[in-house]
Write a protein that binds this ligand. Structure first.
Ligand code: BG6
Length: 505
């Protein structure tokens, strides 16, 4: 494999090129004309091709209801790659990738739909000796799952391995998630099922594990004795981007809290796994999720945005978005206080918040330590001193920052808070891979570490179901925050009641 220029110029990137290459295989994408395929999957496949990380013998088969053929799909995908890929467009890379791409237009509900697909995949397998290895990617709305899964289950190839990637949302509540798990298990083994939570594919989210378990200095203080509380923020400045049909049903609690947010919390709070194998990591995460609870309905607040200004532009309120009911009670913001009931974390609050149309895009995990027990300086000297905070910037400005007190130069003893910063861009001098690149490659390699196991998903729903049930009892006056702010006042009050506040922005 040739190294990219960025790797050659950067000694810290040594070893990046030594990953295993997956076995030859066919990747079948259901939902090939959809948004996810345009914006994430195809650009990710292009970037993998760009770095020569795809198997040497490979086929991509797109499946969707939209009329089309190989040529029209390739043209459409080429535009998507040019628009959304993180790498420059290179004709030679694209030509090679495009030559492996095929399209089947079918509605799986029609008789014969699966036969056309099977014929095409079998032809590709034979022509390119793919060994019968298949990855099926379900990038379709959940109502389409049963028909597709049943059909795939019936026509498993006689040789090679089969893996199934399931996009979120994984169910709508605990009951539907269990039903979906049962359906999948009828045809696939748990080790063949790869449930996506794309936040786990983000470098900075994985770096939480590196930070905690590759360094000797953090683990001894990573507990209730030294940590005052944890704050996790998933703030988005965008609105619902034309996805009213989905979002009206989901809301912030199902869209972000149930999956991305709880997964980040689990990685922050989990015990050290004995190794980095899928089951070892899942076992530790599920223990956290089982121990997680909210102290009561008052500890969860919700909001919905009204009109406002985001990054200088005037935007409409949620209820005015296209496809949204004018009296919609769907929440676009959630803040909560959570506790992890175990020896490490008992009584340590985890404050979390997430929302659309907030002041800016920012995902952070902030570990706030307790104050020094007895600073010997005069009170006025340390007025500018805040408690130590270890801040993981998941995005943007990926990196880690430690807030510490330092002496202000000059006479006397004045202490201020300063920051020790590690920035990915500066240290590794390389662009950050997109989450989907990692996750697609890991599936081909059969590595499920960065995916969610059935019991994790079910625990996540258990908590969400309890919160949603409590919400049935009251009807907040929506909208209750203006677009471009940091959410409703009740979010601030949640922390103020505990004598704390959200991190300043
Ligand atoms: C998706 C949600 O899972 O994550 C979207 O459905 C959200 O509503 C997106 O915008 C955020 O992902 P990222 O990677 O842009 O932070």
């Amino acid at each position: 494999m040739t190294e990219t220029a960025e790797q050659q110029a950067n000694p810290l990137a040594d070893g990046l090129s030594f990953r295993r290459t997956p076995d030859p295989c066919a990747l079948v994408i259901f939902g090939a004309s959809g948004d996810l395929t345009h914006k994430k999957l195809m650009p990710a496949l292009y970037s993998l091709a760009f770095r020569q990380l795809l198997p040497a013998r490979f086929a991509i088969v797109g499946v969707a209801r939209t009329e089309g053929d190989d040529d029209s799909w390739r043209d459409d995908m080429k535009q998507a790659v040019q628009k959304y890929a993180r790498d420059e467009f290179r004709q030679d890379v694209w030509d090679e990738l495009a030559s492996a791409m095929h399209y089947v237009s079918t509605d799986f509900a029609d008789a014969g739909g699966e036969a056309a697909l099977e014929k095409l995949v079998a032809r590709e397998e034979q022509e390119h000796t793919l060994g019968g290895n298949r990855v099926y990617y379900l990038a379709v709305p959940p109502p389409a799952f049963p028909t597709i899964v049943e059909a795939l289950g019936k026509q498993r190839s006689a040789t090679g391995w089969t893996r199934l990637i399931v996009e979120k949302p994984f169910g709508h509540d605990l009951e539907s998630a269990k039903k979906l798990n049962k359906l999948l298990w009828r045809h696939f083994d748990e080790s063949e099922i790869f449930r996506i939570d794309h936040y786990l594919g983000k470098e900075t989210v994985q770096n939480m594990l590196a930070l905690r378990f590759a360094n000797g200095i953090f683990e001894p203080i990573w507990n209730r004795q030294f940590i005052d509380h944890v704050q996790i923020t998933v703030a988005e400045s965008i609105g619902i981007e034309g996805r009213a049909g989905y979002y009206e049903q989901a809301g912030a609690i199902r869209d972000i809290f149930q999956n991305h947010l709880l997964q980040m919390l689990a990685l922050t709070a989990m015990e050290p796994p004995i190794d980095f194998k899928a089951d070892s990591v899942h076992n530790e995460k599920v223990k956290v999720l089982k121990a997680l609870h909210t102290p009561g309905p008052k500890s969860v607040v919700r909001g919905q945005y009204g009109r406002g200004f985001v990054e200088g532009e005037e935007v409409v309120g949620y209820r005015e978005e296209q496809g949204v009911a004018s009296d919609s009670m769907t929440e676009t913001f959630v803040a909560a206080k959570l506790f992890v009931d175990n020896w490490r974390w008992a009584d340590t609050p985890f404050y979390v918040r997430m929302g659309k149309r907030l002041a800016r895009r920012e995902t952070t995990i902030a570990i706030q330590f307790k104050r020094a027990p007895h600073p010997p300086f005069e009170e006025t000297a340390s007025e500018g001193l805040r408690p130590n905070v270890l801040l993981v910037h998941v995005q943007p400005d990926e990196g880690v920052s430690l807030a510490i007190g330092a002496k202000v130069p000059g006479q006397g003893m004045t202490i201020r808070t300063v920051h020790m910063d590690f920035l990915y861009g500066g240290a590794f001098r390389t662009g950050m891979p997109e989450a989907y690149e990692r996750l697609i490659l890991d599936t081909m390699l059969g590595d499920g570490t960065l995916f969610t196991r059935s019991d994790e998903v079910e625990e996540q729903w258990l908590l969400v179901d309890a919160i949603v049930a409590a919400w049935q009892r009251d009807r907040p006056a929506f909208p209750n925050y203006a677009a471009g702010t940091w959410g409703p006042p009740s979010s601030e009050e949640l922390l103020q009641r505990d004598g704390r506040s959200w991190r300043r922005h």
